[in-house]
Design a protein around this ligand. Sequence first.
Ligand SMILES: [Zn+2]
Length: 222
Amino acid sequence: MSNVCRFEVERIPVTPFHQNCSLVWCPQTKHAFIVDPGGDVETIMERVEASDLTVDAILLTHGHLDHAGGAGQLRSALEARQGKGSVKLIGPSREDEFLLNSIETQAAHFGLNDLKNARPDEYTADGDTLTLLGRTYSVSHVPGHTPGHVVFFDRQDGVLFAGDTLFRGTVGRTDFPYGNGKQLIDSIVEKILPLGDDVVVLPGHGAPTTIGIERESNPFLR
Ligand SMILES: [Zn+2]
C-alpha cells in the first residue's frame, strides 16, 4: 500500500499583472507552501484560512514585482497566525537580489504602493534540493528572463513551477536591460525540456501546459 499523497495545487491570480501565485498543500497534513506571492496578500490569506492550512515556506522564482512584491507582507500575516519564525522565505538565485531590492521603486512606476522589497532568508542555486512538506524539490537556475531566475520541480507529481520561463505557446520576455533571449532558450532546452514530456508546467502567467505540448508546438523552441 502506498502512502504517497498527491498534493493539491491551486492557482491564485495576483496583482494587476494576473500573475499565478501557487498554493501547494498536502490534504493529509494540511501543511502548505506558496510560490510567487506577488501581491493581493489578503486574497491569499483568505484561501489559507478557508482550508486552515499551515504554511511552511514561501518560494520565489525570480525578483520581479508581480512575483515577489507580496512575499514580506504575506510572511508577516502568516506568522501572526502561526507564530514567529514559522515561515521560511526562499529566494531565487542571488543574481536577482538587485531586483528584490528595487520592487518598491519599480512598483511606484505602476502606482502599486502595496508591493514591497523582498528579503529572502536564503537564496537558491542550481542543483539545490529543498525539502517541503516531506517531499524533495529540485532547483534549476534558468537565467535569461532575469539573471537569477530559478524553477522548482516536484518529480513525484511531475509538476514544474516555471515562473516566467516557459509559457503555453511562448516564452518569457527578455527585453529588459538585464534580459538575454539566447540564454533563456538555452536554459529551457538544457534544464526544462529534459524533465520529461508528461511534466505539467505551471507558468507565472496564463494557463498550465506540459513540456510535451511545448516541445511539439512552441514556436520559440524550433
Ligand atoms: Zn518576470
